[in-house]
Structures are given as C-alpha cells and as structure tokens.
Design a protein around this ligand. Structure first.
Ligand code: PLP
Length: 362
C-alpha cells in the first residue's frame, strides 16, 4: 500500500480503517452493513448523537454552539453563510483573501451582499498571511470570514484574526480537530470531512445558536441551518457512512490519541521534520510559505527545476509515496500530513527527500 500524502482526502487511521472495513461487512449491534442501515433507525440517531458529543468533548464546546452534519462540501458553506448573515442587510462582510480557497468564497458572498476584501495576499503570491498591523478591522462588519489553513499554498494562521465583538466565521476544512482552539471566539466554523475527520460526503458546521435569529425570510429549506438544527442533522437522507466514520475518528482522537493537545504535539513534530529537511537542504528544496505562516498540515515546496520536480514525483511514486504533486493551480510539491499520517511515514518521506537531494544537488 502506498503512503498517501494527498492534499485532498486524508488517510484514515489504521485502526479506524479496520473498523470501517468491519462495518461495511456488518455492524454487529445491527446485523447489517453500514451501507444498508436506515438513517431513520434508532441506531443511526445514536451515531449522530455520539459524534456530536465527541466533537463537543474534543473542543470543550459550550451549549451556546450547535453541531451540524451537512452536505454540499465546504463549497456550499461559501453560499449558506452569506445567505444567513448578509442577505438583505445594509452591512458589509469582511473577507481575508489569503489563498486559493478563501478567494473562492468571495464571489459567492458577493451574490448575497456587500463584501470588502480586507486584505489580499495575491501580490505576495499567497506566500504569507497578514500581520496584525496590516488589518484595519471594521466594528460594523456583518462578519469576518477567513480560512484558517490554506490547503493549496500551505499557509496557516497561528493566531486568530479579527475583533471578538464582530461575528467571526472560519473555514477550518483542512485543520479542524488538528489542534485545540477556543471555540467561544468563533460564531461559525465549518470543515468538510475529507482531511482530518473522515471520508468525503459530510461537512461539520459549528455555529452559535443565536446567529439563527438573523436568518432572513425565504431561504430554501435545505439551505437554512434551522432546518438541520431542528432535525438533528437528519432532515433528509444524510451521508450515513461518512458520519459513521467521523464517529470512529472522533473516538480515535479521544481514546487512542488522547485529545487535541496531544494531536497538536504529534502534528507539530511531523511538520518540523519536513521543514527541517527543507531548511537544511542548502536551497535545494524551496519552501513556499513564509516561515511564521507555515502550515502544519500541508508542506508546500519547490525544487530548482521542473525536470527535477518531475523526477522527484516519479521516484517518489516508485518508492511508494503517493499524492505529492502540488495543487494544479500552483504546481510544485505538496506533502499533506493530516492527523492520520503517522510520524513514521513522515520520517520515511524525509529520508527519501534527503536521498533525492544528495543524488541531485549540484
Ligand atoms: N476550503 C478549504 C480550505 C479546502 O481545502 C477545500 C477543498 O479542499 C474547500 C474549501 C472546498 O471543499 P469541498 O470540495 O468539500 O467543497
């Protein structure tokens, strides 16, 4: 089996993969395959409840915040958020344009109302994030939207931007449950599953319940968060399989890893090993991100020439490393090291990178 460093779907922890295989055969409590269990069964309502409880426990989430399991990916949140918070309002929403994904959210918000790009990283090639003194926040903004980890460029916020008195909305798709944070400082968080928390098909949304008082009239039923809150995330047919695997992953985080502080320490160590190779390679590997903004999830770098990058990818594949090709919009190399990527796998990638540099560095 190849080691999968893909930036899209993350890998599952080995124990979770084994439990998932078992569940596809048969969930013992039910006597049926997970693929054939009704979303209206009591058993599945219990799955949703426990997945929510586990996320609450991992984040120490207060009751003021609801947890929802939705569909449509993170991309649908680009629209549902301004539908809730911007439609029919005289306010402006502030967006930080820090990379590929935050840039995608902005045109969707503009369909619903006024948007101000508070900071744009494009002139810097999206290699760095704003410093606090570059951000002139507005007290009267409808909300601030930012992406905590830009998956394509490999840049990550290590401090929370924005004013606590302004509604704070964050796309955590590629770093959710990879590190602890104070949930009280967020009004709406969203994260699709396919990086750290499970397979594609489900998107977790955490929102402050009182945001829903702002909902405009006339939202389509399925695009109204209240529908999903009232139905405990089982309004229409949910992605039963994906939500079940999210439950298994949250159990793994709680019981096998021991919580988010521990997960964070492991993730820091993995990222440090890769950045050390980059920094010690005498310029052979060129890290994309400014040092202080380096992502702990996506390590993006270049080699001196396109031919060397092609050779690197080719040899990596031969040696059993998959998914290292950078995002199509950026090129280069990207090693994604989400929660389930083991330190041992990262070490073997580091060894490969050293060997490749030794053989090719002139
Ligand atoms: N936001 C971020 C940070 C992402 O990394 C991605 C995809 O990788 C998306 C949004 C889009 O997610 P989806 O394909 O689930 O709509």
């Amino acid at each position: 089996n190849h080691l999968n460093f893909s930036g899209g779907p993350g890998v599952l922890p080995a124990t979770v993969l084994a439990e998932t295989q078992q569940a596809i055969e048969c969930v013992p409590e039910v006597g049926l395959s997970i693929l054939g269990i009704s979303h209206r069964s009591d058993w599945f309502a219990g799955v949703v409840d426990e997945a929510e409880r586990n996320i609450r426990q991992l984040l120490q989430l207060p009751e003021s915040h609801a947890v929802l399991f939705l569909q449509g990916g993170a991309t649908l949140q680009f629209s549902m958020i301004p539908m809730l918070l911007l439609r029919h309002r005289r306010q402006t929403a502030d967006y930080l344009r820090t990379g590929y994904w935050s840039a995608k959210a902005i045109p969707e918000a503009r369909l619903e109302g006024d948007v101000r790009v508070l900071w744009d990283g494009e002139p810097w090639g999206f290699r760095r994030l704003p410093r606090p003194d570059e951000l002139a926040y507005s007290d009267t903004a409808a909300y601030l939207h930012y992406v905590s980890n830009e998956t394509v460029e490999g840049i990550q916020f290590h401090a929370i931007p924005g004013l606590d008195r302004v509604t704070r909305v964050c796309d955590m798709s590629s770093d959710f449950l990879s590190r602890p944070f104070d949930p009280e400082r967020f009004d709406l968080i969203y994260a699709h599953a396919q990086k750290n928390i499970g397979p594609a098909g489900v998107t977790v949304v955490i929102l402050r319940r009182d945001l829903l008082h702002r909902a405009p009239d006339g939202l389509p039923t399925l695009l109204d968060y209240r529908t999903h809150l009232n139905a405990h995330s089982i309004y229409n047919t949910p992605p039963v399989f994906a939500i079940y695997v999210v439950l298994l992953v949250t159990r793994w985080l709680l019981n096998d890893i021991g919580g988010l502080d521990r997960m964070d320490a492991i993730n820091r160590q993995k990222a440090a090993s890769l950045y050390e190779v980059i920094d010690d390679s005498d310029g052979f590997y060129d890290g994309w991100a400014a040092r202080e903004d380096r992502s702990l999830m996506n390590v993006v770098f270049r080699l001196p020439t396109a031919d060397l990058e092609a050779a690197f990818l080719h040899q990596a594949t031969d040696q059993g490393f998959s998914g290292l090709k950078g995002h199509r919009s950026l090129g280069g190399i990207r090693a994604s090291i989400y929660n389930a990527m083991t330190p041992e796998a990262v070490d073997s990638l580091c060894r490969f990178m050293w060997e490749f540099a030794d053989a090719n560095h002139s």
